[in-house]
Design a protein around this ligand. Structure first.
Ligand SMILES: *[C@@H]1O[C@H](CO)[C@@H](O)[C@H](O)[C@H]1NC(C)=O
Ligand SMILES: *[C@@H]1O[C@H](CO)[C@@H](O)[C@H](O)[C@H]1NC(C)=O
Ligand SMILES: *[C@@H]1O[C@H](CO)[C@@H](O)[C@H](O)[C@H]1NC(C)=O
Ligand SMILES: *[C@@H]1O[C@H](CO)[C@@H](O)[C@H](O)[C@H]1NC(C)=O
Length: 293
């Protein structure tokens, strides 16, 4: 008997035919709750849409709001390997062929003929300013030619193995794009310089590979990034932009040993001593050329 009562109680909780209540509420009560939540969610959706709309209004297609307006642009090398180590055996073509292939691919868009077709011959040693006048966009903006032949012995045009076959390898250095950056104050041209990287060998004991690094040469000479390649206006405004490059060639490095190199940008308005970001204005890599002789 008591069991049946319990069962009926449960049934009546869901649907009580006497009071016409469903789960303890009348149809109109449920209706009101439903209406309340409907209104509530429409309100939330509206608020979200409005916020989005206002935010999008403040965005400009050509100047990203949250770009990396870093104080210091990053630097990178080519050929690029995962751990920034370039290691090969001079006599073993297969051990360095991938580096040559990578440089060929990287430099292909810099072919003189391609650059002549796409880009503008700019006046060197001054910024190539193409600002908008008020709301009138000065787009598309032109970009300056950076011809592969500027890299001379490291262009792959005269020495198609970039020196890898005779133990005098070329490394190409680029400075990451930063929209609007004007490197070098007062007309000073920014340049790259590479040297041995200091490394720790014990408590308060440091060493470097100065004597093993040997003489290096830069292309273009002095390792400069010409001012005419700046400022960069962004992918959308400046579709054909080619980043300027600096190549470094190791002329007399010691074989069969690791050589730790650090390259830095020298510009009077770019700091390179950020302890937290090791790619800020500098890049370190390890070179090792083995030889069986
Ligand atoms: C650039 O030149 C190299 C050899 O000079 C050639 O192999 C390559 O296909 C060229 N790339 C383009 C995009 O023209
Ligand atoms: C970009 O390069 C193409 C050829 O590849 C050229 O037709 C176009 O005019 C160039 N655009 C600008 C803005 O220089
Ligand atoms: C390289 O630097 C030296 C001294 O700073 C300067 O006299 C020379 O003109 C520069 N060469 C080039 C090609 O910029
Ligand atoms: C190359 O480096 C070696 C030492 O590593 C040195 O004895 C030699 O004089 C250097 N050669 C040139 C041309 O600088």
């Amino acid at each position: 008997m008591a069991k049946d009562d319990k069962k009926n109680e449960w049934k009546e909780f869901f649907w009580n035919p006497r009071t016409r209540e469903f789960c303890g509420r009348t149809a109109s009560s449920w209706g009101l709750i439903f209406l309340f939540y409907l209104a509530f969610y429409i309100f939330l959706a509206g608020l979200f849409t409005l916020t989005m709309y206002v935010m999008l209004l403040t965005l400009d297609d050509n100047t990203p709001t949250y770009q990396d307006r870093l104080a210091t642009p990053g630097m990178m090398i080519r050929p690029r390997s995962e751990d920034l180590e370039i290691t090969y055996t001079k006599e073993n073509t297969e051990s360095w062929d991938m580096y040559v292939q990578a440089l060929n691919r990287f430099l292909s868009p810099y072919n003189d003929s391609v650059q002549e077709q796409k880009n503008h011959e700019c006046t060197p040693d001054k910024y190539f300013i193409q600002d908008d006048s008020g709301n009138v966009k000065n787009n598309p903006k032109r970009s300056c030619q950076f011809k592969r032949s500027i890299l001379e012995d490291c262009s792959g045009l005269y020495d198609r193995y970039y020196g890898y076959n005779d133990g005098k390898p070329c490394i190409i250095i680029k400075l990451n794009r930063v929209i609007g950056m004007l490197p070098g104050k007062d007309g000073q041209t920014p340049s790259v310089s590479c040297g041995p990287r200091r490394y720790k060998i014990g408590k308060d004991e440091w060493a470097d590979d100065t004597d093993k690094m040997g003489e290096v040469v830069y292309f273009p000479r002095n390792g400069t990034f010409n001012l005419m390649y700046y400022p960069y206006y962004g992918k959308k405004a400046q579709v054909n932009y080619s980043q300027p490059l600096v190549a470094i060639k190791f002329l007399n490095m010691t074989l069969n040993t690791d050589i730790n190199v650090e390259c830095k940008i020298n510009a009077n308005n770019i700091p390179t001593n950020n302890e937290r970001d090791k790619f800020a204005g500098r890049v370190s890599f390890k070179l090792r050329i083995n030889s069986r002789n």
